[in-house]
Design a protein around this ligand. Sequence first.
Ligand code: HAM
Length: 419
Amino acid sequence: MIPAIRGTHDILPGEVERWQRVETIARRIFERYGYAEVRTPVIEREELFAKGTGETTDIVQKEMYAFTDKGGERITLRPEATPSLVRAFVEHSLEQAMAVPKIYLMGPMFRYERPQKGRYRQFHQLDVEVFGISDPAVDAEVLDLAWTLVAELGIANVELVINSVGCPSCRPAFGEALVKALGDDVKALCADCQRRATANPLRIFDCKVPQDQPAIDRLPHSTDYLCESCRQHFDAVVRYLGVYGIPYRISHRLVRGLDYYTRTTFEILGGNIGAQNAILGGGRYDGLVKHLGGPDRVGIGFAAGIERLVLAMPEEAGGASRTPVFVAAMGEAARDAAIGLLRDLRRAGVEAHMEYEGRSIKSQMKRADRLKAILALIIGDDELAAGAVTAKDMRTSEQVRVPRDRVVAHVAGLLKARA
Ligand code: HAM
């Protein structure tokens, strides 16, 4: 036996229905908000993430699946979708091609993290991005989309947390204020924080080391250092959230672990899923498109972890209920007739099964039970002679004889009555 790689999972029948439900509901919502689907490759040039996600992030420094391919190129399995979608936006001039460049992507992402509940090495995201609109009303619209997604999946006990991390004109002053406020305390912080203090002081807020928390709690807040236009933007986002009627909490610690964010950052937390409780996260990234070689266009979006949505969804939320029908044959001649009936049922859109191993009628009925068939259609010599089929209701065991040319209509009628 060669087992699956640590941190990766097979999604099996019984669970896959919950995934399908998430995907179906998400697609419906994304389309309602005007998004179109984009599918990008799982492999990209390593530099796309080094430059996009950012050299100082844990993702790029520690977590990328990167390798040199046979042609000598440095390749990465995408750790997140945003740089890929920015690349596609620029490479295909989606701005010209689409009335409003609002795009979404669903698919696997790869990060070499320490696996635990809700954290995997191959995981899956639903990602949405909007390009070219700096109006704060679009921030609120994206937040409303995120909130609606979580609500329509029936996920309870969630909290929307937001913050503003400012822009390149106000952030340096805030970084300096952080370093100044820490003063000599910085020497008592963990090695990571000491590195962050010089490379990217904001990232200190990401620190999870318990001993560091009291010093971090005393640090100034980014919202107190915003420039006038970032201040106005943030106030407007908060006001629009009021218009949408979405509850939120402002957290000055929400700086997010990716380098590209400007102004609005947010996460939805909770859902009773344990320590890894960020169901989704995102924010504005006004400099990223240009930074990656495109035109000077702003952007905003978020990504939700599908594993975490599936974990947080209520227990009973599965797929649509199924109504299989079983075709049973007694004898070789009946087998051909049964195969013909199986074909006709499936072409009419009915989920139909048959036993190929030519077992006794008793074992065929057992199989029909295991399949949770609602109806067994039995064909033997008598039925062949009469040009009919015996239809057995699997719940009541009631049997009726139906002429062969009316069977499909009979089954369709029963299924319609049940739906
Ligand atoms: P992120 O916060 O790194 O943001 O990931 C977004 C979501 O992906 C998380 O909230 C979580 O649900 C899920 N996730 C992340 N890592 C793992 C993991 N190892 N296992 C399971 N789930 C995970 C981004 O990726 C940004 N690209 C979001 C964004 C889009 N910002 C703007 N646009």
